[in-house]
Unconditional design. Structure first.
Length: 96
């Protein structure tokens, strides 16, 4: 099984997950304090989008690491790969 080997990718993913965790704690507080359902639902949607975004980033990191470890790329090709993977991440972010 493959692992996220790049420390920068791990850090970025962990930061995204920590933000989502913070939002989730906020939702728990809102429920405890009896906030309105629509306000809670909006925050839950934000958490869902944050987790979806983290998943998309993790998937792109996986693709990037696998491609770079299996294919010998020139610096120009690495740049092109980075651009393509940015587009893939944007597309994944729009899928639900």
């Amino acid at each position: 099984m493959s692992r996220l080997a790049d420390a920068a990718h791990r850090t970025e993913l962990l930061n995204r997950l920590r933000r989502a965790e913070g939002h989730l704690r906020g939702i728990q507080r809102m429920v405890e304090e009896g906030e309105g359902c629509m306000d809670i639902a909006r925050q839950m949607d934000a958490v869902r989008r944050a987790v979806d975004s983290a998943y998309a980033r993790m998937a792109v990191c996986f693709m990037e690491e696998q491609l770079r470890s299996r294919v010998d790329l020139s610096p120009r090709q690495r740049d092109a790969l980075g651009a393509v993977l940015e587009e893939v991440q944007k597309l994944l972010g729009k899928v639900r």
